[in-house]
Design a protein around this ligand. Structure first.
Ligand SMILES: [Zn+2]
Length: 236
């Protein structure tokens, strides 16, 4: 079932991430993914391109880098070989539907749709296509924060990743070929994680931000949260 009814049984949930490029998954979500995998969730990343057309001076290493990052965050990967800046929404819809059949996700995470000119073209196409599929299939859908230019992203779900910030940094560092990008560098990662904490009025700690596009829960969701709050701090 595509909801949180499994919570009270402590059985596994399946999360499908669909992103245009390998590294798109770790920058906004590595901490959250690590927390999910720690809790026993299955995490599968579908990456649309293989980095062959990247502007990076280091070529042909994305698969290995992703696999190394996957070991840290507890994720498995499937790569497609779409040409960067030259794939259609129809193509993304097709592969997303195939992935859904395969891994039966309880939750899908993808790029946040952004107004034209602010988002990377591939991110925009991916976001539109995956949103279409998740809505038609009635699967819960979260958007992750864009790497830069946050216009159009309206976060409404924040995850405290302070306990796994080292793992997040390690996962990002696996992408050696992307190190030249300023937003992949340590100071940028920490500043953005601290920015979300400040948005919440938190003096310390590191957070990741998501925008919930659609989420559904059943009646047991509330009692599960209540039981959890007796043992661990669910809400800040
Ligand atoms: Zn990207």
């Amino acid at each position: 079932m595509n909801n949180f009814s499994h919570f009270n049984k402590f059985s596994q949930l399946n999360v499908l991430l669909v992103y245009a490029h390998a590294d798109d998954e770790v920058l906004p979500a590595a901490g959250t993914l690590r927390l999910m995998s720690n809790a026993g969730w299955n995490i599968h990343c579908l990456i649309l391109t293989d980095g062959s057309y990247s502007s990076s001076s280091i070529k042909g290493t994305r698969h290995k880098e992703a696999e190394a990052a996957g070991k840290i965050i507890g994720a498995t990967y499937d790569f497609y070989t779409f040409e960067e800046c030259n794939f259609s929404t129809q193509a993304v819809i097709k592969v997303t539907e195939e992935a859904i059949k395969h891994c039966q996700p309880d939750l899908i995470i993808t790029h946040a749709p952004q107004p034209e000119k602010y988002g990377h073209r591939d991110h925009e196409v991916c976001a539109i296509a995956v949103s279409n599929v998740a809505t038609r299939k009635n699967i819960s859908l979260w958007y992750s924060a864009p790497p830069v230019f946050l216009r159009g992203f309206e976060p409404n779900f924040f995850v405290d990743i302070t306990s796994v910030i080292d793992e997040k940094i390690a996962a990002i560092n696996c992408y050696e070929s992307e190190y030249e990008k300023t937003f992949m560098q340590l100071d940028a990662i920490l500043v953005l994680s601290r920015f979300w904490a400040r948005e919440l009025g938190q003096k310390d700690g590191y957070f990741e931000a998501f925008e919930i596009s659609r989420q559904w829960v059943n009646a047991s969701f509330f009692s599960v949260l209540t039981h959890s709050k007796n043992n661990i701090r669910v809400f800040s």
